[in-house]
Design a protein around this ligand. Structure first.
Ligand code: SF4
Ligand code: SF4
Length: 270
């Protein structure tokens, strides 16, 4: 079973839920928050690189180029600027779609490749796969796509999504069997949860909500879930003890009471 743990808003405890769900149920965790992966802070595995991630990178042949600008007109990411006798290419803006090569009428573009990230693997108490986007690169989605090639469909695979509701989060959730949306009971939490719910509905994936820092804020998240018929799977209290464990890199599931709750959470999702 593949379970994605996502959150519209950052800092609401998404990684806490993903790591503890994996630990309590002997699952495999896939850290898809490739811009700043931190699940291994809790797993403490020795990570080794197992793969590189490349993006198609156009290479312009100025000998055959006629500076017709068709490539620049096609590129919706504005990664190409055609001057009277030169071409400027802004690699950080390029998505690697390959469209410029296809539309060039003079066959003046070659298909190169550029490394944008790496995939890591490690094992301690449980297995962990982690994607890492190179510093300075803007496109996290291809790293997540590559990382997801390692996702095992049998057993329990937990995908820790990047925060937010943009392409990297959607790529993580896509093709999951279930999405846990983690939120906090605040107006910001509710605002971003509503957007995340719209996305999982469009993706047609069964989903439920976990409220972290419960006791803080108001009841508006609970009211929203009731109106929408979304099950609240767990409430994690706003507590100094939990915050202290987190700050020390200690997983909640190390405590029997919480381990049981995360086992029950998986059973409920099943
Ligand atoms: S489309 Fe081809 S020929 Fe035209 S400017 Fe671009 S690279 Fe040059
Ligand atoms: S590969 Fe796509 S995104 Fe990159 S420069 Fe060409 S058209 Fe633009």
């Amino acid at each position: 079973m593949i379970i994605a743990v996502a959150s519209g808003k950052g800092g609401v405890g998404k990684t806490t839920v993903a790591v503890n769900l994996a630990l309590a149920n002997n699952g495999i965790i896939y850290d898809c928050d490739v811009e700043e992966p931190n699940a291994n802070v809790f797993i403490k595995a020795k990570l080794e690189k197992i793969d590189d991630v490349y993006l198609m990178n156009p290479e312009f042949n100025l000998e055959t180029c006629k500076f017709c600008k068709k490539c620049a007109e096609f590129c919706k990411y504005n990664a190409i600027a055609v001057l009277p006798s030169d071409i400027l290419f802004f690699k950080e803006l390029c998505s690697g779609c390959g469209g410029c090569k296809i539309v060039c009428p003079y066959d003046a573009i070659e298909e190169g490749k550029r490394k944008i990230g790496e995939i890591y693997y490690g094992k301690n108490e449980i297995e962990i796969y982690q994607g890492l986007l190179n510093i300075g690169e803007a496109r996290a989605t291809p790293v997540i796509t590559k990382l997801k090639k390692y996702v095992k469909k049998d057993g329990i695979s937990i995908l820790d999504a990047p925060p937010g509701n943009a392409c990297p989060a959607i790529e993580t959730m896509h093709h999951s069997d279930f999405v846990i949306l983690v939120t906090e009971p605040t107006p910001f939490g509710l605002h971003d949860l509503k957007i995340a719910v719209e996305i999982v509905k469009k993706l047609n994936i069964p989903h439920g909500v976990i409220i972290n820092k419960y006791g803080l804020g108001d009841k508006s998240v609970e009211e929203f879930c009731k109106e929408e018929g979304i099950e609240i799977l767990m409430k994690i209290p706003y507590s100094k003890e939990i915050a202290e464990l987190y700050s020390k890199g200690i997983a909640l599931a190390k405590e029997k009471e919480w381990e049981k709750k995360f086992v029950e959470l998986y059973e409920a999702i099943k």
